[in-house]
Design a protein around this ligand. Structure first.
Ligand code: SF4
Ligand code: FES
Length: 525
């Protein structure tokens, strides 16, 4: 392992690593714009230039490999003079619209201007004013804020492989643009917003909704497919405003699909179920959640008593967490040791979609065809519980089944084609459907962002996630509901249930809340 000394601090680097990445890994800040660990290295912005002892001129730290014994100065007078000059150059045409820019608060230009730039502009001529452009269904381009780092262009060539963006013009009139009639509408398009170090590429959905410093972030997992993309949920006062990618080298690296990015919409759907209901003389009437729960439990217990073992079933949802399925399964077995377990619908959409580097053809990202996050995990729990299992079709034809507990939680309509045995039904869901309309008991459930637990992705990777917000008023987390049915005191705790479940769940760590790049650190120069 080579060792280098940066600003008097000795750090360990990896073989053939670039100076900048070695510094970032060691928690040392060197300003950079065009460099991104997931993209090729053009070394075009020049702000990362450093002095290396023995070399006659400044070198780009993002593109210069480490050598054992190398001595680097990023805060020497020469390096600092370059940083100030680059900042001054970038700010020549940059508008001073931070107060109305969505990026303010997480803008590299703002941060570096404060730390590395001059305090006053010497530019007296007119700034070049470039237009705003609608470049795609999710993305807006404010050209005059662009610093031409080309991260976005490289992303469309090297990750999505769709090459919609390019650099038009030359010199100070250069602009990012799309080709005529070819908007930025690929299924990974939102990633260019995350990559843009300034507020040039903006998410139309998030535009002017929140100041970013008001948002709190929680590590979570994508609910839209079995890929298990790692995400941050950003919320303020219980309202989710956006989803950002969370780095995971094995799963999604730095990227997420647009489906994942906008998957939070159903959480605040005005149609969310908020009122517990019970059927009385053929009509559903509102009731208190606890009364509905008591009636649900008593109803199923009585059916098991009257009809004997094997008369109950539970339909688990692939939107449930493994911990929830385990607790519900345990309770069902406690009232009917021969209860049948069935996995609800697992919707798929054609084939997996793969994205490839436009030149090398290497696969860079895959969107899974299975459109639910935890079918594999629920199958694993069903096996672990050891009860009888059946397919949806077998359950629909089983006349012995007289009562069931049915889970939904899907982000869109899911009940078409689902036929369940006649008899007593308890339905727990987040959105209304023909099943909730005909249920004997309706219990409003929590959406994925409102609870914590574990999902297993298509590759068998178990990943835990935390609750970002409280459930909507009137809804209860499934984990709390089943803990209560099992007579446990206190609130549901996913980690405790995982240890009770044993291997492999007991070994699932808490979600990784580490950022891939060290947070910006203020260093007095
Ligand atoms: S739009 Fe953003 S990401 Fe693209 S070149 Fe300009 S500053 Fe870089
Ligand atoms: S980050 Fe090194 S030149 Fe841009």
């Amino acid at each position: 392992m080579p060792h280098i000394t940066v600003d008097g601090k000795r750090i360990e680097a990896k073989d053939r690593q670039m100076i900048l990445q070695a510094c970032l890994d060691a928690g040392m800040a060197i300003p950079h714009y065009c460099y991104h660990p997931g993209l090729s290295i053009p070394a075009s912005c020049r702000i990362c230039l450093v002095e290396v002892e023995g070399l006659p001129k400044l070198v780009p730290s993002c593109q210069t490999p480490v050598r054992d014994g190398m001595v680097v100065h990023s805060t020497s007078p020469k390096s600092v003079a370059n940083q100030k000059q680059v900042m001054e150059y970038l700010l020549i045409n940059h508008p001073l619209d931070c107060p109305v820019c969505d990026q303010a608060g997480e803008c590299y230009l703002q941060d570096y201007s404060y730390q590395y730039g001059r305090s006053q502009s010497r530019f007296e001529e007119d700034k070049v004013k470039n237009p705003k452009k609608d470049v795609g269904q999710n993305v807006m381009l404010y050209s005059d804020r662009c610093i031409m780092c080309t991260r976005c262009v490289r992303f469309t060539r090297e990750v999505s492989g769709t090459s919609e963006l390019y650099v038009d013009g030359r010199g100070h009139t250069e602009e990012i643009d799309i080709f005529p009639g070819k908007p930025l509408n690929n299924k990974l398009s939102g990633n260019v917003v995350d990559l843009c170090p300034v507020g040039a590429l903006l998410d139309k959905d998030f535009l002017f909704k929140q100041r970013v410093w008001l948002l709190k972030e929680t590590p979570s997992i994508s609910p839209v497919d079995s890929g298990g993309e790692n995400i941050w949920i950003h919320q303020n006062e219980g309202v989710v405003y956006r989803i950002k990618p969370r780095y995971n080298a094995e799963v999604n690296q730095w990227w997420i699909s647009d489906d994942t990015r906008y998957s939070f919409k159903p959480i605040h759907d005005p149609k969310r179920l908020k009122q517990a209901m019970r059927m009385q003389y053929g009509t559903q009437i509102p009731t208190l959640f606890n009364h509905a729960l008591e009636e649900a439990a008593n109803g199923l217990k009585n059916i098991a008593k009257e009809n004997g073992p094997g008369s109950l079933y539970a339909m688990f949802s692939p939107m449930m967490t493994c911990e929830e399925a385990y607790l519900l399964g345990k309770w069902m077995l406690s009232i009917d040791p021969q209860a049948t377990f069935v996995l609800g619908p697992v919707p798929t959409s054609g084939q997996n979609e793969t994205f490839k580097h436009s030149i090398s053809g290497k696969t860079t990202f895959t969107i899974q065809a299975e459109k639910v996050p935890n079918a594999a995990g629920i199958r694993r729990v069903m096996q672990m519980l050891g009860g009888a299992t059946a397919s949806l079709e077998e359950v629909s034809k089983n006349a012995k089944l007289k009562g069931g507990w049915i889970l939904g939680g899907y982000l869109s309509a899911w009940t078409s084609g689902v036929t369940l045995p006649k008899g007593f039904k308890v339905v727990q869901d987040i959105l209304p459907s023909n099943l909730t309309d005909g249920a004997d008991i309706v219990l409003p459930a929590a959406s994925w962002a409102e609870k914590s637990g574990t999902w297993e992705n298509f590759a068998g990777k178990l990943q835990s996630f935390d609750a970002a917000i409280l459930p909507v008023e009137g809804a209860r987390r499934e984990g709390d509901v089943y803990s209560r049915l099992l007579g446990r005191t206190g609130f549901f705790n996913a980690a405790t249930v995982r240890s009770e479940m044993g291997a492999p769940f007991a070994d699932v760590p808490a979600p990784d809340a580490k950022r891939e790049e060290p947070a910006f650190e203020f260093v007095e120069l």
